[in-house]
Design a protein around this ligand. Structure first.
Ligand code: ADP
Length: 401
């Protein structure tokens, strides 16, 4: 069974074609700069064949048609006909309160995605364009929407409500939704498998640390709380996002004469590591370098990153009434021995001790325990794979599970 996974952004369309019998990626790639000048298609086949072409595409329909041409190309493709694609799985960022599971797309689901555009204006419109492109190109092939917010829908009201007048929730849907749900769910499932313990019996604190960062407290497979909020701006210090901030700061900035769009850009694009570290980069590798070179402002940014993460892990440990494992994933969580080496020793008070040798040996793409055997709270490194999760969920929905 072949499943195409699409992640459609405002000017890009990422794809992975899976053979689900062995979960092998047959081909993957991206069309970038859709609607801009010099759009590019990058394509990579499982056997290492790679190509990059400048192409002419005006919209997501054009981009998808081009991807499909490559997939069935007699020389560079991976199948004879598009009919072999049994379903397309789509990453959709916001599903609001109406979806707590992946769903087969119909007019009602498209209306939900449209209704949530105001909550995710940068993501939901292109996500919908990706779905509509598939409806035009793959006539009759089912589309499945897998929502970033869905996994977090088990949060209780005391976690997701903001203490503002209740009608702002009922009238405008202002509440915490949480993001990165597909990744949190994937690593929670993988951790249960890795620890050979049923998910229902596990209490986990999953830390997705990439350009965007979030933490989730998961009790028996149900999210109890998560660090991102109405938008992905809340919570941890991130590459360019500030994370938690006194809302009074926004009022103050507004009184200083900043416009809404300026405040938006400041907090979303110019803050976090980029804003604090003084290294003109939001990349954790650059930050590590600068810290190792003894740059004081960079150390300040790193200290803030670690402090905020320790704060959330500690709080979630208490909320869960203790936990079995804290799980690190995402570009930073999976790759940075340095960052893990700063975080885990700060968790000793809740039973987690770093095994330095295990931390050093942890290999990218492989699960591993980096805490000592005596630790009552395990520290686990777990690779995430959102595309594979979307492919698996797509199959599950098709089978009616
Ligand atoms: P996204 O959130 O966009 O999916 P990723 O999960 O790929 O991003 O994470 C990107 C982050 O991972 C960047 O801050 C990058 O510096 C960091 N990263 C990637 N590799 C390493 C590494 N070897 N050491 C430290 N940080 C790394």
């Amino acid at each position: 069974m072949k499943v195409l996974v699409l992640n459609s952004g405002s000017s890009s369309l990422k794809f992975q074609m899976y053979k689900m019998e062995n979960e092998k990626v047959l081909a993957k790639g991206i069309v970038e700069r859709i609607g801009l000048d010099k759009p590019v298609l990058k394509y990579e086949r499982h056997d290492g064949v790679k190509l990059q072409e400048t192409i002419a595409v005006k919209n997501h329909d054009d981009a998808l048609r081009l991807i499909c041409q490559k997939l069935v190309d007699p020389e560079q493709g991976v199948m004879k006909s598009l009919c072999e694609v049994e379903a397309v799985g789509h990453r959709v960022v916001h599903g609001g309160e109406k979806v707590s599971q992946p769903v087969k797309v119909d007019e009602g689901v498209k209306a939900i995605i449209r209704d949530c555009c105001s909550l995710a204006p940068l993501h939901n419109p292109p996500n919908l364009s990706g779905i509509e492109a598939c409806e035009h190109v793959f006539k009759g092939t089912p589309n499945v929407a897998v929502f970033d917010t869905a996994f977090h829908q088990t949060m209780p009201a005391e976690s997701y409500l903001y203490a503002i007048p209740y009608e702002y929730y009922t009238k405008y849907g202002i509440r915490k939704y949480g993001f990165h749900g597909t990744s949190h769910k994937f690593v929670a499932n993988s951790t249960a498998e890795f620890l050979k313990t049923p998910m229902e019996k596990l209490k986990l604190i999953t830390c997705h640390l990439g350009n965007g960062c979030s933490v989730a407290a998961i009790n028996g497979g149900n999210v109890l709380d998560t660090s991102m909020g109405l938008t992905p701006l809340m919570g941890l210090v991130m590459g360019t996002r500030c994370g938690d901030i006194d809302p009074g700061v926004l009022l103050h900035l507004s009184k200083l004469g900043m416009k809404t769009e300026e405040i938006d850009a400041l907090l979303n694009k110019k803050s976090g590591i980029l804003g604090v570290a003084g290294i003109n980069s939001s990349d954790m590798r650059d930050l590590e370098h600068a810290v190792q070179e003894g740059k004081a402002q960079a150390k300040q940014a790193m200290d803030m990153f670690i402090h905020r993460l320790v704060f959330y892990v500690g709080a979630y440990h208490t909320l869960l009434g203790g936990a079995d494992a804290v799980v690190f994933t995402g570009g930073i969580g999976e790759n940075s021995e340095f960052v893990r080496g700063l975080i885990v020793p700060r968790l000793e008070a809740i039973g987690c001790r770093l095994d330095n040798a295990a931390n050093h040996k942890a290999v990218r793409g492989k699960a591993g325990v980096i805490s000592t055997p005596e630790s009552t709270l395990k520290a686990v490194v777990m690779p995430t794979n959102e595309e594979l999760m979307i492919a698996r969920e797509t199959v599950r929905v098709l089978r009616g599970a």
